[in-house]
Design a protein around this ligand. Sequence first.
Ligand code: SF4
Length: 314
Amino acid sequence: MLQQTTVGAVVPYYAEWLKLFPDLEALARAPLRKVLRAWQGLGYYQRARNLHAAAKIFVREHGGEVPSDQQTLLGVPGFGPYTTAAVLSLAFNQPYPALDANVRRVMMRIMGIHGEADGRPDKNILERLYDEIPPGSPGDFNQALMELGALICRSRNPLCLLCPVQHACRAYDDGEQEIIPKPKKRSYRHITAVVGIIEREGRILIQQRPPAGLLAGLWEFPGGKVKRGESREKALAREIKEELGAEVSQAKFLIQVDHSYTQFRVDLHAFACRIKGDVEEKAGRQKWVALKDLRKYPFPSGSVKIIHFLEKYF
Ligand code: SF4
């Protein structure tokens, strides 16, 4: 949960998560929908899918225990070099350095490595960390470096005067502590999309996204991207025709919400929509659901904002 997310944001989710899934068996047994629903609001849903898949593997192949072997862990979904090193050092006292963005920044400054914080200097940093990590307390060492990065050697305005490793820091000696590393450049795509809130006998039509790819397995209202030069109403009619095979007979604008995901920002326009003819639930991927039950389904955060609006005004 803490990957790419702050402790403050995670704490309430973590407490709730442990109530729902108190051990690996409970998580492994749970349907994916329940797992994604518990994750709703944290974003980066692939982490939830990986945790669920990993719990199943641990229960099925390792007697319900997390294995303590590096090669085994590296083969488990969600266990890249960082997570594997963090688990092995913190839970099993094994001397593996955990190199996350905070640690990378601290080490680039200590070692005086210039350039972008995009993972290129990792080889040199890891060599140094393997030299320095104390065999008796590798977990403390890793956590201390993470905390140093989070609280003292911050991305902007590092608190060098309070820093316990100032004496060993090249960047401080060279007066370059604020210059390096350059933050990694991010390019955000911007998407305008439309969705139809189609209601029938007190139920609203929702559909599930494919099991792989963007926002995989989450639920959404039917709709899609607005093409260049297309009006929102036209885009809505086209998407509903493509997705449901139905004609839109009336569309009334309800609300616009914005949301930023990992790689893009969406500006989502919701319309109360009437359609001609009927829409059947297709192979479990489309459902008519009462407004009060929408929250039982995991939706992307942008759609959750629309659900808030519907709960308030419908
Ligand atoms: S002295 Fe400053 S730049 Fe160097 S590690 Fe400490 S906080 Fe970071």
